[in-house]
Structures are given as C-alpha cells and as structure tokens.
Design a binder for this molecule. Structure first.
Ligand code: GAL
Length: 467
C-alpha cells in the first residue's frame, strides 16, 4: 500500500521506466511462460459423462444474475476441442498451460464415488500437453463448487475442509505422476467476497455474516490442500493463487490512509498471512478479530503451509477513500472511470506501476519463496473484421505490464513465471460473454477461433522474432 509515490521508477512521461528492451531473453532462460484458463469458463459439456451441476450452473439458470442471462452450458466447448486448443497454445509459443479441474466432473457428489470419465478427460488433456512439450499446471479449485456441497452449506460449512482434502487426494493420485505444478485455490477472496457476501458470483449468497466463516474455511482448505498434495506428491511444486491490487489512498488524510490499509488487508493480505503463520491482518482491519468465533483449537497451526510459490493475479490498482456510508469497511473505491486514467472495457485501471509495486510488496514477506504471476490480462471490445482482430490496446497492456514484471525482477523480486489471462475469449463469470480477455477470439455461435493481433505479438515475443 502506498502513502507516497515512488518517482524513481517513472520516466519524464510519468510512465514506468524499465530501462531496456523488452525481450524474452531479458527475463532469463529459466523464466516460465504460460497461459491460464479455468474449467468452468471454457469446458462446456456441463452435463456430459457424469458431471453434475456446480454452483455456477445453478446461478446461471436464475434470471438476471449474469449479463444477458448467458450461461456456460457450451462455453468454448473446450471439452470436445481441447486438442485443437492446445495446438493453439503451442502455436502462440507458451510452454506452460494452466487449467483447473472441475470438482463435479471428478466427484459428482462432492465426495465419495469417483467419476472415471472425468478422470479420463483430464488424463487425455494432460497427455496431449506432454506430447506437445507443454507443461501442465493444475488448479484444484477455480470457483466451481459442486452444487451437492452447496446444499450442505458449501464454504460456510467447516466440513468443506475434509471434502476438499478428499478431492485434492483423488486428484493427486490420478494426475500426480505427470503433473509437477499445482495451485490449490484460485482467488479465495473472490469466493468469500463475491460468492458469499455481495452475491454477485455463485452461489449468490449475501450477507456480511457469511464473510468470516467462509474466509476461515477457505484459509484452512488452502493449507490443508497443500498438505495433502505434499504428502502424496513430495516432489511436486505447490502454490496458491491470490488476487492482489496495489492500493492508493485518495488523499494523505489520516482517514484515507487508514481506509487504504483496510482495503490492503482485505485485498492483499487476508489469505497469505495466515498461511505464513502471521495470523489474519486484524492490525489494519480490526473487524477481522471476530474470526476467532470460527477458530478451533489448533487452527493457527492448521492455517500454516509453506507453499513453494505464490501465484499473484494482478489486473488493476485501486484508489480508496474513507466513507461513513459503508459500515464494516468504512471505505469506498474511487472508480477509475472518474479519475481520468486509462481503463479496460470493464473500467479497470491500467496501471503497470501498480503491478511493479505489488510485486515489491509481496517480496517483502520473509516466508515467500517464489512468486509467479498466475494471471494478468485485459478485456477490450474486440471486433472480428475479415479474418482479423486488431487489438493494439491489449498488446500495449501486455507490453507495459511485462515491462513492470521485468523491472521488478531486475530490482530483486524473485519472480519466476508469467501466465497471460487467457487463451480464449470465454465465459467471464457475471459478465457472461460480454468481456473478451482472450489472445484468441471465439465466435460463440460457430466456435471458430481466430488468433488476435495481440496473440500474434505474444507468439513473436516468445519465439524471439524481431519486432
Ligand atoms: C480472475 C479470475 C479469472 C478471470 C479473470 C478476469 O479474477 O481468476 O477466472 O475471470 O479474473 O476477470
């Protein structure tokens, strides 16, 4: 969190100064380059081969929850097209492919009987990656909770820690012989905040009373998932992926600075600090002290896990100010669209300096071994014209954010990989198909794929072509 702006990293145009050419080589030969996806956003085939509903299927069937009432019954039809889509990963030059597993494809009841057809699908996907020389990275949980578990309270029910441990073990046994890199949870903060507090995401539960138990059960599960994986796969590299946004106070007033600290505690510190043994960040956000109501003896230990790497997912920075009108948090965001700054089509501030600052912020934790950008990307209004999609703003976004990553790396941050979000335009959660993040354009009527100009730029960058 900033109280002052670091002028040293800005050039005379007030842009990030990264001194030097942006080339793949500048990141070093060991740096990992990947593209990230999530099961629910691309697979479709939601009722095929024994898969049962997840919370998003049910949420999407309720009118008015998702933009244009879109649903992901077909999404990108990746379930049937994964081979050609992995060929695209290869064509774009990425050497790592991050995907998530659908819990309700593997354990249709949430726990208990394993669905072999679900295991078979991911085996084929992993094997195809290996044939292509692409390293598979698995995310265990990217928001698609089996509805069977939601019926028993989902993340509100502490038993989810056991259900999740069972699921993690099934996956480790099934795929661990070929998969070295594992990510336990994807952005737990979004699950607690959007899924169980504001209700903007599935399962659509609303109410601040849900927030703390859900946070605690997610935090216990991320550590427990790590332990299960490590026990079964001692050689695996295990990480956890969290959302993060650099927070600026709107002014230097004490009230705004404190508001920025509270936002920082929620957006950046909430899930990493208990894992590192630091407890929940109640110093900055005293409300979190109430979480003790959900803590049992031994939980402080249970919350700890020594992850091999932390996946950071950074898209934008935020500016916040104190507000008396927002009980509990006592703050509000000053939207980027009102601040005359560049934004993506979702109104997210484009600020590569925020990426640099957040990397430096996470590097300061003693217990963090390694950082990876497990997602970064941007949505813009893309248009297919002829057989082309010209998206210069996305290319510029990637160039500027990569420059920030490079500058941080050169300044001593132990960042070892970068995953672009994402391969294909896809089902963007509550935005449905209206927000396009892909390096590849998808015509959702015909399922035709067209590599965007930004995708071609990325391929040239990764293949070290002169640009
Ligand atoms: C992340 C999420 C992804 C994707 C991305 C763009 O929060 O993990 O699934 O939707 O945001 O909004």
């Amino acid at each position: 969190m900033a109280t002052t702006i670091d002028h040293q990293i800005r050039n005379s145009e007030n842009k990030l100064d990264y001194n030097g050419p942006l080339t793949r080589d500048a990141f070093g030969s060991d740096f990992k380059w990947g593209v990230a996806t999530a099961a629910y956003q691309i697979e479709g085939a939601v009722h095929e081969d024994g898969r049962t509903d997840c919370v998003w299927d049910v949420f999407a069937r309720k009118k008015g929850r998702i933009r244009n009432n879109d649903d992901a019954r077909h999404a990108c039809d990746f379930y049937h097209r994964y081979e050609q889509d992995l060929d695209l990963v290869k064509e774009l030059g990425f050497e790592q492919f991050r995907f998530s597993l659908s819990w309700s494809r593997i354990l249709p009841g949430g726990y208990g009987k394993v669905n072999q057809a679900g295991i078979d699908f991911y085996n084929k996907l992993i094997d195809k990656c290996i044939v292509l020389g692409i390293e598979p990275w698995i995310t265990l949980y990217h928001w698609d909770l089996p509805q069977a578990l939601e019926k028993s309270g989902g993340w509100k029910n502490r038993r989810i820690v056991e259900w999740f441990a069972e699921y993690a073990a099934v996956c480790a046994h099934a795929f661990g012989d070929r998969v070295k890199h594992w990510i336990v949870l994807n952005e737990p903060m979004a699950v607690a905040g959007l899924g169980y507090t504001t209700g903007e995401h599935a399962p659509g539960n609303k109410g601040i009373h849900n927030f703390l138990p859900v946070v605690h059960h997610l935090a216990l599960s991320q550590a427990e998932g790590g332990r299960v994986l490590r026990k079964i796969l001692p050689e695996a590299r295990i990480g956890n992926a969290i959302s993060c946004s650099y927070v600026y106070p709107n002014s230097q007033s004490a009230a705004d600075v404190r508001a920025a600290r509270r936002a920082d505690a929620l957006m950046n510190r909430l899930f990493i600090e208990p894992a590192l043994g630091l407890g929940y960040p109640k110093d900055a956000f005293p409300f979190l002290a109430n979480i003790k109501r959900f803590m049992r003896e031994g939980d402080r230990e249970r919350l700890k896990f020594d992850f091999d790497f932390w996946g950071l997912q950074n898209y934008f920075s935020v500016v916040v100010q104190h507000s008396y009108l927002a009980p509990v948090m006592w703050l509000k965001e000053v939207p980027a669209t009102l601040r005359n700054v560049p934004t993506t089509s979702l109104g997210w501030e484009i600020n590569p300096i925020g990426m640099y600052e957040i990397l430096k912020q996470f590097q300061r934790y003693k217990g963090v071994r390694e950082l990876v950008i497990s997602e970064n990307g941007a949505a813009f209004k893309d248009i297919l014209k002829g057989e082309k999609v010209e998206d210069p703003r996305r290319q510029a976004y990637y160039q500027d954010y990569l420059a920030a990553v490079l500058r941080a790396r050169n300044d001593g941050v132990n960042i070892t990989g970068y995953f672009a979000w994402t391969l294909l335009d896809n089902f963007e959660w509550a935005h449905g198909y209206s927000a396009r993040f892909g390096l590849v354009f998808v015509d959702f009527k015909t399922q035709e794929r067209t590599v965007k100009a930004s995708g071609r730029w990325f391929a040239g960058f990764l293949k070290k072509e002169e640009m």
